[in-house]
Design a protein around this ligand. Sequence first.
Ligand code: NAD
Ligand code: WQD
Length: 342
Amino acid sequence: MPSKILVTGGLGYIGSHTSVELIQQGFEIIIVDDLSNSSTEVLEGIKKITGISPEFIKLDLKNKNEVNQLFDNHPDLTGIIHFAAYKAVGESVNQPLEYYENNIGSLVYLLQAIERKGKKFSFIFSSSCTVYGQADQLPITEQAPIKKAESPYGNTKQIGEDILYDVTRSNALLKVISLRYFNPIGGHPSIEIGELPKGKPQNLVPFITQTAAGIHQKLNVFGDDYPTADGTCVRDYIHVVDLAKAHVVGLKRMLTDEQSENFEVFNLGTGKGNSVLEVIQTFEKVSGVPLNYEIVDRRSGDIVAAYADTSKANKVLGWQAKNDLEVSLKTAWEWEKKVRNI
Ligand code: NAD
Ligand code: WQD
């Protein structure tokens, strides 16, 4: 397919895995990233897996002029996968303006640059299951009501989707797919790329692998008195490569004019919920490493349970997650061991 695709945040966790899938499917890509949460070493990993060094431009999408210049310099762009954003939920509560400036400002500048070009454009947006909050019904379908966001970060995803919907109504040349990820985990089976959180991880799986690697003395399990089978919270953990593949399918759907509407939303998950204790037990099984953990108080803002109804993505995109929790945790552990020289 002779399409040149812009991947914003393409050196980050999900962006790097998606860049690999795009290259392997024959797309020519340009990665832009400001390196605020990644490093250029990721390019080496992408090259080792694919044999191709994608074009990389260090660029901060908050700079409107540079965004316009990027599109002027690359008139052959036909699509964009927009990963670039800040994503730390707790940090967003303390620094809401940084989050609105980056996550909303960058999106608006990209859309303005696209509109200036006055041609057909396909756009994939990284959204999140966080838009559902605690859904009233499980599994969660795309029709579930959007609840008031628990954090400025979550709000940037809701606002981002609203902006994109509005722009598809005013600009018939723009096609959008918003992908609502559940909990992405794991790394590439080649162990050349993976999740590289800066600072102390807030998410469960990197905290588990770092604890097993001896970086932290123990894992705190936030609450075991929730109304779930074992009292710990339930989430839908999806392997990052499965997630990455869905982006390629979505992009092809838009590029080949298969969309039924110019703005579409899909849940991306496995459809299966696992509790925190199940994740710990599965990790211990696949790694052979006993994990030091302690039950502590609930973490504020946590929802009880969330897992996806993936039937829309299964039917419409012909996509489904292939890797189970064991594979996901195994690749997360292999990556952690490589990073720590274990
Ligand atoms: P990440 O932080 O690893 O990747 C984001 C990348 O964007 C980083 O490389 C960062 O340097 C870059 N970036 C940030 N602001 C930028 C800017 N102004 N200009 C250029 N580059 C910029 O995060 P990720 O986990 O790969 O997440 C990718 C996307 O998916 C984000 O939009 C995130 O909100 C969304 N998402 C992530 C999760 C998750 O749990 N990881 C879940 C749901 C949605
Ligand atoms: C999972 C479970 C914790 C850490 C977050 C964002 C959400 C989305 C995905 C971007 C919960 C428990 C965790 C720890 C623990 N990201 N936990 N000890 O909360 O589902 O979602 O990432 O859009 O917006 O909020 O993921 O990995 O933080 O937590 O017990 O040290 O693990 O309480 O039940 P979460 P998580």
